[in-house]
Design a protein around this ligand. Structure first.
Ligand code: NDP
Length: 303
């Protein structure tokens, strides 16, 4: 088994050390591969143009948590997304921070501070607000636990509605009921054909008046113009965004200067190079031993 890594200079330095310790073969960059047929795994953000030369290829590993940037894989090649507990905890932390900011009216107070304006609004207890999380996967469940510990009522929405301890769960078909009670809406969905543009006019219209949006999924989940309209109409009170469409958000985009919006530049999490390498090793070993592939992505589910 041999892995080809196509990624950043940092990963190019760290991964060979991790692979050497584990006694596994790694090639960094296509130019280093003399015999493409010997490559069994490719870890990358952008895959090679022509995968057909890698005749022994078994898996492509996304070096990120998502796979929405990758094209469909040819038949017989499995796709794995990086499972990294460190990244998941970082996103949980960002979501907790952003939810607290939305809950405690930080966008308003930041705007007031720029005008040196001391004006106190009403403070609401966490227990009086319901946070609704779209996407109750690995990260959604972590975020739900963190927010529940702070006293928020938490509800979750997923395709299956699979029960989660202590959380009011809603399945895909029950979206309207879920939205009706979400004072703060958090998006932690993967980007798929079914979820692209989901944060738009129709969804915002079903939220309680003055709801808040926290978005750490992918930029293309969000209709940015619909967000502006919902803010102007008072339908939404504020938004805290880690992801935008496009990224980077152009300097002239109106949301930069909207006092109701806080934007961070896709920094909820950043992959730790060592953690990513360890994930790739677990994939290689699972394939070698015929076990289920960690982070396996089922294309037929729309990823
Ligand atoms: P998972 O695959 O573990 O979970 C995805 C969840 O979304 C599941 O609950 C799934 O439901 C649900 N879901 C998927 N499609 C639909 C749909 N059409 N309708 C309703 N629910 C749906 O993903 P993770 O928790 O690991 O990651 C979630 C996302 O977080 C990533 O895809 C990425 O977009 C984002 N992310 C952002 C980062 C950042 O820096 N901002 C960093 C890392 C991740 P079910 O289980 O029932 O299928």
């Amino acid at each position: 088994m041999a892995l080809l890594l196509l990624s950043t200079a940092e990963r190019g330095e760290v991964w060979p050390r991790v692979f050497a310790e584990a006694g596994e073969s790694i090639f960094v960059g296509e130019a280093s591969v003399a015999d493409p047929a010997a490559i069994t795994h490719i870890a990358c953000w952008v895959p090679p143009q022509d995968l057909s030369v890698y005749t022994g290829l078994k898996t492509v590993i996304s070096v990120g948590a998502g796979v929405d940037h990758l094209p469909p894989m040819p038949a017989g090649i499995a796709l794995s997304r990086t499972i990294a507990p460190g990244i998941e905890a970082m996103v949980r932390d960002w979501v907790v921070m952003a939810t607290l900011m939305a809950h405690r009216d930080v966008p308003t107070y930041l705007a007031q501070a720029r005008d040196r304006l001391w004006r106190a609004g009403k403070v609401t207890a966490a227990s009086a607000r319901t946070v609704g999380i779209l996407g109750m996967g690995r990260i959604g469940r972590l975020a739900a636990a963190g927010l529940g510990n702070l006293g928020f009522r938490v509800r979750g929405w997923s395709r299956s509605g699979t029960p989660v301890d202590g959380i009011d769960m809603f399945a895909a078909a029950d979206l309207d009921d879920f939205l009706r009670g979400a004072d703060i809406l958090v998006c932690l969905l993967p980007l798929t054909a079914a979820t692209r543009g989901i944060l738009g006019e129709a969804m915002f219209a079903k939220l309680p008046q003055g709801a808040r949006l926290v978005h750490a999924g992918r930029g293309a989940h969000l209709d940015m113009a619909a967000l502006s309209r919902a803010l102007d109409a008072g339908r939404l009170a504020s938004a805290v965004l880690d992801v935008t469409d496009p990224e980077p958000l152009p300097a002239e985009h109106p949301l930069w200067s909207d006092p109701r919006v806080i934007i961070t530049p896709h920094v909820a999490a950043q992959t730790d190079a060592r953690e990513g390498a360890l994930h790739a090793l677990t994939v290689i070993r699972a394939v070698r031993e015929g076990r289920p592939i960690p982070g396996l992505v089922a294309r037929e589910r729309g990823y």
